[in-house]
Design a protein around this ligand. Sequence first.
Ligand SMILES: Cc1cc2nc3c(=O)[nH]c(=O)nc-3n(C[C@H](O)[C@H](O)[C@H](O)COP(=O)(O)OP(=O)(O)OC[C@H]3O[C@@H](n4cnc5c(N)ncnc54)[C@H](O)[C@@H]3O)c2cc1C
Length: 413
Amino acid sequence: MTRTTTIIIGGGQAGLAISRCLSEVGIEHVVLERGQLAQRWRSHSWDSLHLLTPNWMTRLPGFQYDGHDPDGFMSAHELIALLERYAISSGAPVLTDTAVQSVQRSANGFRVVTNRGIWSASSVVVATGYCDLPAVPAASRGAAPWLTQMVPAQYRRPEQLPDGGVLVVGASSTGVQLADEIQRSGRQVTLAVGRHTRLPRSYRGRDILWWLDQLGVLSQKADAVEDIERSRHQPSLQLVGRPDHASLDLGVLHDRGVRLVGRVSAIDGHRVRLADDLVATTAAADVKMAEILGRIDQFIARTGVAAAATEPFHPTWPLAVDTPVHLDLKAKRICTVVWATGYRRDYPWLHLPVLDARGEIAQQAGITAEPGLYVLGLNFQRRRNSSFIDGVGDDASMIAQEIVRSMARARVA
Ligand SMILES: Cc1cc2nc3c(=O)[nH]c(=O)nc-3n(C[C@H](O)[C@H](O)[C@H](O)COP(=O)(O)OP(=O)(O)OC[C@H]3O[C@@H](n4cnc5c(N)ncnc54)[C@H](O)[C@@H]3O)c2cc1C
C-alpha cells in the first residue's frame, strides 16, 4: 500500500487545478486518472468541437491564457495540449491508466483501491467531472432496433451517421451545435426542443460572456440564489465558439432548414410522441434572454462602460406556430437519433455515506459530511462557474485551504 496525504481522483482541469493549489501549500498528493490526462476532451469530443468560452476565460490557478487570440475559441485539441503544458509546468504527480475501483474509510483516513495498486491517504478529492455519463431519457428504450441511437460522446462527424434524416433531441449547447453541423452536411435535421437558455454570441459590441463576467453572473455564489437545485439544473447556454462569432439559436437553425419540434415524450417503434410545448419553451427562453440583455443595458447606463448602440430584440416564438405532436420517423426517413440531453454522474466505487437521494455527492462548497472527503467541478458547486475552466480554480484553492486547516486541526488533536 502506498501512502500519501491527498488523493485526487480525475486528471481533468479540476484535478490539475487542485494539484497545483496543493503543491503551492506543500501538501504531498497524487492524481489518479483512469485514462490519459484530460481524457474527457480526448474521448468525448466531436471533431469540430471548440470551446464556447473565449480564450481569455481559460484561467486556472497560476495560469492565464496569454496567446495572440484572447477573443477566439480554442479547439478541444488545443485545450488538451494546454492542459498537458499546465500539468508539466505545475509538476502535477499524475498517474495515468489508473482507475479508482473503490474508496473506503480506514483507520487513518481512506483506503483507495485502483487497478494498479492500493493507496491510503488522509484526504480524497473527487474530481471525476460533472459531465461523466450521458443522461438519456427512458423514451429511448422504446425506439425500433433499426434506428441508430447515439450520445454526443459517440458522435464525431456527420459522415459517420447512416444515410437518412437525423433527430437531435435537446437544444442546449451541444444539441444546437450538432443540429447545425449535421444540417449543413446536407441531411434533414429535426430538432426536439426542450427547456433551453437562449443567448446571443455577442451584444452591444462585446462577447456575451464578457458581459456576464462583468455583471458577476458567472461568479455568483450558490448561497446567493433562491433555488439552488433549480439553478443547478438549468440548461447550458445556446452558444457556439466560431471564428465569425455568430449566434446559434433556434431562429438561425430554422432559417438553415432545421425542423423544430417540441420535447420528445415517448417513442414507440418509429412513432415519436412530442409535447405541445415549443411555443412555451421558446417564449420562456426569450423572456429570460430579454431580462439578461436588459440587465446589461442597465449596467452600461450605470457604469458608462464603452458599448455599441442598443440592439433590437428578435423573439423566437413566431417560428413555433405549427408544431406537430407526432413524428413518424419512418415516414420522414429519419434513421438516427442523437440524444443531446445532458449528463449524469455515478459513483459505484465510492463506499461512503455521502450520496443524496438522486445519487449526487451531498456537499457544501465541495466539503462533504465525511471528514477528509471533498468534491470539485460540480455544476454550480460553489459558484455558477464551478464546472467551467474559468471557475474551478477558485473552488480548488478554497478546498486546498480547507485541507491545510483540517491537517492543522488533526495535529493539535
Ligand atoms: C461538450 C462540452 C463542451 C464544454 N465546453 C466548455 C467550454 O467551452 N468552457 C468551459 O469552461 N467548460 C466547458 N465544458 C464544461 C467543463 O469544462 C468540462 O466538462 C470539463 O471536462 C470538466 O473538467 P473536470 O476536470 O471537472 O472533469 P473531466 O474533464 O470530466 O475530468 C474527469 C476525469 O476523471 C477521470 N475519471 C473518472 N472516473 C475515474 C475513476 N474512477 N478513476 C480515475 N479517473 C477517473 C476521467 O477519465 C476524466 O479524465 C464543456 C463540457 C462539455 C461536455
